[in-house]
Design a protein around this ligand. Structure first.
Ligand code: Q9C
Ligand code: ZN
Length: 341
C-alpha cells in the first residue's frame, strides 16, 4: 500500500490544558514518526511526499473565511506583540448572537474554535497544509486506480468543522478528501470514523448532505470528549437525513462489542454503495491509550482492516488520533496489513 507523508508535520507542536494544568500536548511529532517507522519496518510499500494544493482545495469542506483565518492567525497574533502560542479564551455560546466575525484576533480565535485544544504557533499552518495535502494526494492516487492508500496525516482533522478548530484539529483532512472525491465525479462517498472520539467536525460538514455518508464508532459522548455530539439520535438533516450514523459505545468497550458495531457500520456502508471510502483511522481505541477508554489490543487492528477490506470499495485511510506513542505505529499499520490481507 502506498503511503503519503510529509515531514513538515514537525513544524507543529503545541500545549494542552489537561486536568486544570498546561502541559505538552499528547498530539506530538513523535506520533507520526512512529507510524512512519512501522510502515518502513513492515515494508508496507512506497512512501511519497504530497504535492501542493491551493487554499481553494480546502474550501467546500470548510468556508473560505475560515481557511483565511487559519492562514493569517499567527501573523495577526504576533502583530499584538505576543510570542507564545495562540489560544482562544472566549466562545460564542447558544442563545447569544454569533454571526458577526470579530475584527481582533482574540475574538476570531474564539469564533473559529470549539475548544482550546488546537494551539497555533509559527509553523502550524504549514504543517496543517501538509497534512491536508497528504489526504488530497491520496485521493488523486486512488482515482488513478489504487485499491487502498494511506495518508499519514498530522495534525489530525476529524474534530475540525466547517468553521472551527478543536481537539488538536485544524483542517478536516478526511472531509477535504471526501469533497475532492465528489468534485472528481464520485456520486456517493462514505466516511467511516473509527477514532475513539466522535468525529464531530466531519459530521458537521456533511450533516445536510446525502452525497457523503458519515458513520462513526466512538466513546459515548455522555461521558467522553467531545461531549456535545455523537449521540445515536443525530441522523442528519434535510437532504442529509438518514446519512449520518453514530454508534456510541460505553467506556471499557473491547473488541467483541467494537466488532459488532463495525459489522453494523459496514452493513450501512454496503447498502449505500459508495464509490469511495475514506477511513478516519484513529487508534486511540487501544487499551493503553493515555486519554481514551476502549480496550482494543494490537491484533484486533488486523481484523478491523480485514473487515474494511470486505466492503470492496477503493479506500483512503487518513490518520487521526492515537496517543500511546510506542504502539501507535504497530496498531495503525496493523489495520493496513489486515486490509492488504
Ligand atoms: N479527558 C483526536 O483524537 N482532550 N483528538 C480530551 C479527555 C481532547 C482528541 C480530554 C482530545 C482530542 C484527534
Ligand atoms: Zn481521538
Amino acid at each position: 500500500m502506498l503511503t503519503v507523508y510529509s515531514s513538515d508535520h514537525r513544524l507543529h507542536h503545541g500545549v494542552e490544558l489537561k486536568d486544570g494544568a498546561i502541559s505538552a500536548s499528547f498530539e506530538k511529532p513523535e506520533r507520526a514518526e512512529t507510524v512512519l517507522a512501522r510502515v518502513k519496518t513492515v515494508g508496507l510499500g512506497d512512501i511519497i511526499a504530497p504535492r501542493s494544493y491551493e487554499h481553494s482545495d480546502y474550501v467546500g469542506a470548510h468556508s473560505e473565511r475560515y481557511v483565511e483565518f487559519l492562514a493569517n492567525a499567527w501573523s495577526e497574533w504576533t502583530a499584538t506583540g505576543r510570542t507564545s502560542q495562540a489560544l482562544p479564551l472566549v466562545w460564542p455560546i447558544r442563545g447569544l448572537p454569533s454571526t458577526e466575525v470579530p475584527q481582533f484576533i482574540d475574538g476570531k480565535l474564539g469564533f473559529f474554535s470549539m475548544d482550546a485544544g488546537s494551539p497555533i504557533n509559527e509553523g502550524t499552518w504549514e504543517a496543517v497544509c501538509s497534512s491536508a495535502n497528504s489526504a488530497l494526494t491520496g485521493v488523486d492516487r486512488l482515482s488513478s486506480g489504487m485499491r487502498g492508500v494511506f495518508a499519514l496525516c498530522r495534525p489530525p482533522g476529524h474534530h475540525a468543522g466547517r468553521e472551527y478548530t478543536g481537539g488538536y484539529c485544524y483542517l478536516n483532512n478526511a472531509a477535504i478528501a471526501a469533497q475532492r472525491c465528489i468534485q472528481q465525479g464520485a456520486k456517493r462517498v462514505a466516511v467511516l470514523d473509527i477514532d475513539f472520539h466522535h468525529g464531530n467536525g466531519t459530521q458537521d460538514i456533511f450533516y445536510d448532505r446525502s452525497d457523503v455518508l458519515f458513520v462513526s464508532i466512538h466513546g459515548d459522548p455522555a461521558v467522553c470528549y467531545p461531549y456535545f455530539s455523537g449521540h445515536a439520535d443525530e441522523r442528519g438533516m434535510g437532504q442529509g437525513e438518514g446519512f449520518n450514523l453514530n454508534l456510541p459505545l460505553p467506556k471499557g468497550t473491547a473488541m467483541a462489542e467494537f466488532e459488532a458495531a463495525l459489522f453494523d457500520a459496514s452493513a450501512t456502508i454496503a447498502r449505500y454503495k459508495a464509490d469511495a471510502l475514506i477511513v478516519s483511522l484513529g487508534v486511540d481505541t487501544f487499551e493503553g491509550d493515555p486519554i481514551s477508554h476502549f480496550r482494543l489490543r494490537s491484533p484486533d487492528y488486523l481484523r478491523i482492516g480485514e473487515m474494511i477490506e470486505g466492503l470492496g470499495v477503493p479506500t483512503l485511510f487518513v490518520m487521526e488520533g492515537g496517543y500511546m506513542v510506542d504502539e501507535i505505529g504497530l496498531n495503525a499499520v496493523n489495520v493496513l496489513l489486515g486490509f492488504e490481507g
